[in-house]
Structure formats: structure tokens, C-alpha cells
Write a protein that binds this ligand. Structure first.
Ligand SMILES: [Zn+2]
Length: 590
């Protein structure tokens, strides 16, 4: 749609909206229900526009999908349309603005907060990734943001480390939307302290949102006069509230309050399009209809991730009753392959807003320059060539496992004993000479998370017996450990046990005992069963740190500016020995 034409229509459209609240022949009013039309002045319409889990996506991807400039146009189009129909809009984010794209990460998400301010966000929930940097960085971001960061369940600690009654962020804010007063309360997942570096949240105390909301509702009842209460959350949506090992999410929050106290939850964190079919999720594709969740009289919405969609919720308010007349997830220049394998827009192309584009271009260019800045150097080749890394232990394989293990040890409890890395996740070598972040991203391009798990010796033995036999992309890079692997144990005896396959002497310098506990690091791709690894995500002691492998590797290189390849030679510091037919081989790959 032509934006200038829309602007020109505003004046006349407002007049027609005033007189034609019941008119069905006005296309713009299609989303207004008959009940609202019949109610006339007693019906107030307003629209919530929402996104979540931006994760550094201020710029369109290489295929021209999403990005804040196109998002701005889509949002402005909604604003124009709603205004012409006599409504008003509010723009909300479910948090996790930070972390995910190098160009943003290297600039502390400054471009993202500038972009959000230009788009006119009214409020955001504080996400767990907002704590990926020290609080000083988050404070800086809050200063740039021309909208509040809301979190009712984050309190300051005193100098003794005890929780105080003072919150770190604004708990809620009351917005007037088309004459209605709406209190919007922020909540952050209580998993946050588990998945960020403890230093970054050492001075903060997170409380249970289900308890905190009772407190905030009382505060609102005491101090404000509002027509309704919404929550803006970063807690995740899990169908029927089945949250597994994650902290309880939006459904549990909705169920925790008396019916009628909380009208809607605009969420984030689980990064799914919350489109329901029956009790479960619909098989949603871009452009499809989307029915948000509704639990205990509370609407629950989430718009997938990265600004791929803009959520549009058209509400009607009659006699104290809120209803949803229409809901859409609007794809932002998402593409699909046509029959000729060309990428084409799924829905009509959305023009990029020129002002936003111009403002953000500067940061995109700067990000590109920063990618090529040397962060470290190596005195020899770090071997990641596909044919080699999938067939034997290499210095790069050892470096990656050590980098992730050391980082987990430095930032979390407990100490990591060893690391596992599926060689299929190592995508390139690093040549002798300087190392830039761009090099890091060619080696680890998938933005998998670094994860870790603590297991008993018996469980570890089973795990290693499984992965040690893997070939191809599953061939494990393992470090440091003294372990013999009998590759043909199962061929010799189909009933071979884990102890027949692997004989572990020590892990990370600690003698191996079946009854002891050991912690190892891995990437969440293999933890989820990628490359046919055993799934460990359901293990009670599994933690996904939600930090990307590439950003951790970058940090490792920055801390080790002169890499000496000899220190990462596979024979250095213990590594598994593989045997077939009694003689030593490089791996179980044939
Ligand atoms: Zn999150």
C-alpha cells in the first residue's frame, strides 16, 4: 500500500469512521464486530501491536527478510488503518532485544534500541538476554530507549546480598489507549539467574511472577484507576502450561490470578508463534490464520521471534468486557522457495522505511568493519577441514572443547571436567595469522548455545560409549580425558556393554569412578539429539546457557591473543585413543 496515499485519506476516514461504525461496506472496518458496531459509542476499539525476541535483528537478513525498517512500515500501516477506523494503538515488545547477531552484539545492541525508539515502542518486558552484559550496559540501553523497560519481579539486593523491597525496573505503567486506562505489568523468567553469568545478576533478586502479580495487582488497585490490566512478559508460552524443565510461563501466570483480573498477556522467550488449534499448537506457516491462546479468561499472544512477524491484536471494549475481534501475525518480508528454487516473498513486499534504514545503515556498516578487526592470532593452522575434523582429533577440535569448558567453569558452577563437540558443527579451519570475529563465525556459524550437564560416572560412561562410536559429523572431538575406545566392541559381541566399549581412566585430570559426578560442556544442538547424539536436554542437571558458541569462542580468542597450536595438539593433555582389531586408529570412522 502507498503510504502517502494513506496519509491523505486520514482526514476523510476519521469522519466516515465516526458516522459509519456499523457500516460493513468500509473495508478498513472489516475487523470491527457487529456487536461493537451495534454498541456505537459504548464500544471502544484499540489495537495492540507486538513483537518479541528481537535478538539483534535490527537489520534485514541476507535474503532481505524482516528488519526494523520494513517493520516500521508495517506498523505505520496498522496505525493508519486503526486510526481511520476510530481506534488507537500501542506497540509492545516481549523482550530479549539483546544477543544473536554479531553486528548488534559488538555494539551492545545500541542499534536495536535506537531502532525501537524510532519505531515508537511504548514499553518492553525485560528478557533474560538483557543480562548477557553487565548491568552498566543494560543501564546504557535503558537510557537510549525512549520507552520503559518493565519488570515487577526483579529486586535490588543490599550490600550483604539480601533482597530489598526496591525494584530495579518500573513494575508497571498505566497507558491511556483510546480513552481506556490499561495497566501493563512486566515480568521476567525466573530462569534468568540460571542462564546468565552470575556476576551480571549478583546484585538482583528474582521473585516468582505468580506470587508477584498478586502484589502488583494490589498496588494497582490501591494507587490507580484502570479499566484493565495486561502483562508484558518474557517467560515463555507452553501449551497447557506444560513447561517441562523451564520455569513456568504465561499459561501458569494466567491461571494464577482470579478470573477477570488479567485481560491479556503479551509474551516472549519461547520464541514460538502462539497459534493454537484445540489444546495444542497449530501447524502455523507464514500468512496463515492465527488463533492466540486464551486461558482463564486471559488472552495470551507471542509473535515468534526476530521481528519475523508483527502481531496485531484488534480489541473491542464494551461495558467492561474485552473481546478480541481479530488477530494476525503479519509476516515481515518472509520468503519461501518457489518451484524454480528462487526465494520469493510469501506475502506482498513491505517497503523499508527510509528514515529508519538511513539511521541504521551507519550501525550495519560499523558492524561489518568490526567483524574484520583482529581479536587474536595463531602461529599455525587450526584444523577444521571437513575431511580431517570428521576423522580424527584436531587442534581446533581441542581448542573449541576447551574454550566452551573453560567458559562454563568461569561463569557457572560447577567445574567442567571435559568437553564434547560434534565435528559436524566445525565448519572451517582458521589459517595461520590474525583471527577476526568473521573467522570465528565461519567456524561456528549456526549460533548454537553452549550448554553443560552434570551426570554420574555411570551415565557419563553410557554417554561416551555412545558418542565415541559415532562417525561422520557425529565423530566427537573430546578433551581432556584418558580413555580407550574399542570401536569394534559391538561387532565382536552384540551384547557389549558401555564398559566394553569405553575404558575411562580419567576425565579432566580426575580419576574416573562410576559413582562420582562429572560435568561436561557441549552445544545445545547435540544436547537436543543433533548428529544422532543422546538427548540430554531433559536431564535434571542440564543447563542451556543461552550464549552462542561463536560469542563464547570470540571471548576465548580475545582472552588468548597469541594462540600456539602446539598447546592444542591432540596428544597434549590427554585425549581418547581409538582401537579396532586391537590396533590404534584415529577414530571409529572406517
Ligand atoms: Zn528469553
Amino acid at each position: 500500500m502507498n503510504k502517502i496515499l494513506l496519509k491523505g485519506l486520514v482526514a476523510t476516514a476519521v469522519v466516515s469512521a465516526l458516522t459509519a461504525c456499523g457500516s460493513d461496506n468500509n473495508d478498513d472496518n472489516k475487523y470491527i464486530s457487529q456487536a461493537c458496531a451495534d454498541a456505537g459509542d459504548a464500544c471502544t476499539i484499540f489495537t495492540v501491536i507486538h513483537t518479541n525476541d528481537n535478538h539483534g535483528r535490527f537489520w534485514a537478513n541476507k535474503d532481505g527478510e524482516y528488519g526494523m525498517a520494513a517493520r516500521k512500515t508495517a506498523i505505520d500501516n496498522i496505525r493508519d488503518e486503526v486510526e481511520r477506523a476510530g481506534g488507537d494503538t500501542i506497540l509492545l515488545s516481549g523482550g530479549d532485544i539483546n544477543t544473536g547477531v554479531p553486528e548488534s552484539d559488538m555494539q551492545d545492541a545500541v542499534p536495536d534500541f535506537i531502532g525501537m525508539s524510532m519505531l515508537g515502542y511504548d514499553a518492553m518486558a525485560v528478557g533474560n538476554h538483557e543480562f548477557d552484559n553487565p548491568l552498566t550496559v543494560l543501564d546504557m540501553q535503558a537510557n537510549i530507549a525512549q520507552f520503559p523497560m518493565l519488570a515487577a519481579n526483579i529486586y535490588k539486593k543490599d550490600l550483604n546480598g539480601d533482597p530489598t523491597q526496591e525494584r530495579y525496573f518500573e513494575p508497571y505503567r498505566v497507558f491511556e489507549i483510546n480513552g481506556l486506562k490499561v495497566a501493563i505489568i512486566g515480568f521476567t523468567t525466573v530462569d534468568t539467574p540460571k542462564v546468565v553469568s552470575p556476576d551480571n545478576v549478583a546484585s538482583l533478586h528474582f521473585t516468582d511472577p505468580q506470587e508477584e502479580i498478586q502484589k502488583v495487582l494490589t498496588e494497582i488497585e490501591t494507587n490507580e484507576t484502570v479499566d484493565m490490566v495486561f502483562a508484558l512478559t518474557h517467560m515463555g508460552h507452553y501449551a497447557n502450561g506444560e513447561h517441562g524443565t523451564e520455569a513456568p510461563g504465561d499459561v501458569k501466570l494466567a491461571e494464577s490470578v482470579a478470573k477477570g483480573k488479567l485481560q491479556a498477556i503479551i509474551g516472549g522467550h519461547s520464541q514460538n508463534p502462539v497459534c493454537m488449534e484445540g489444546d495444542g499448537y497449530a501447524d502455523f506457516n507464514p500468512g496463515d490464520e492465527c488463533k492466540p491462546d486464551e486461558k482463564n479468561g486471559t488472552f495470551i499472544m507471542q509473535a515468534h521471534e526476530w521481528g519475523k512477524y508483527v502481531g496485531r491484536a484488534d480489541f473491542e471494549y464494551i461495558d467492561g468486557q474485552l473481546s478480541l475481534s481479530s488477530y494476525k501475525l503479519i509476516p515481515i518480508n518472509l520468503k519461501e522457495e518457489n518451484e524454480n528454487e528462487e526465494l520469493v516473498f510469501i506475502t506482498e513486499e513491505i517497503e523499508q522505511d527510509q528514515l529508519v534504514l538511513d539511521a541504521l545503515q551507519h550501525y550495519q556498516d560499523l558492524g561489518q568493519e568490526l567483524l574484520d578487526v583482529a581479536i587474536s592470532s595463531t602461529d599455525g593452522k587450526l584444523e577444521g577441514d571437513r575431511g580431517v575434523v570428521r576423522a580424527e582429533q584436531t587442534n581446533l577440535g581441542q581448542l573449541l572443547t576447551r574454550a566452551y569448558a573453560d567458559w562454563v567453569t568461569a561463569n557457572f558452577e560447577p567445574t567442567v571436567d571435559f568437553g564434547v563437540m560434534n565435528s559436524g558443527g566445525i565448519r572451517d579451519s582458521i589459517a595461520e595469522g590474525t583471527i577476526s570475529y568473521r573467522d570465528v563465525l565461519t567456524v561456528q556459524p549456526f549460533a548454537n548455545d553452549v550448554a553443560f550437564v552434570t551426570m554420574t560416572g555411570t551415565e557419563v560412561q553410557d554417554y561416551l560409549a555412545n558418542v565415541a562410536l559415532k562417525t561422520g559429523g557425529g565423530m566427537p572431538q573430546l578433551y581432556p580425558m584418558e580413555m580407550n575406545v574399542t570401536c569394534d566392541a559391538i561387532e565382536i559381541n552384540p551384547d557389549a556393554t558401555s564398559a566394553d566399549i569405553v575404558q575411562i581412566a580419567s576425565l579432566g585430570g580426575r580419576d574416573f569412578n562410576l559413582a562420582d559426578n562429572y560435568t561436561f560442556s557441549l552445544i545445545n544442538f547435540s544436547a537436543k539429539g543433533g548428529d544422532d547424539y543422546p538427548v540430554v536436554t531433559a536431564h535434571a542437571n542440564y543447563i542451556d546457557t543461552q550464549r552462542s558458541d561463536a560469542s563464547v569462542l570470540r571471548e576465548y580468542f580475545e582472552k588468548n591473543p597469541n594462540i600456539k597450536v602446539a598447546e592444542y595438539a591432540p596428544a597434549n593433555g590427554g585425549h581418547p585413543k581409538f582401537f579396532r582389531g586391537g590396533s590404534e586408529v584415529k577414530s571409529c570412522a572406517k
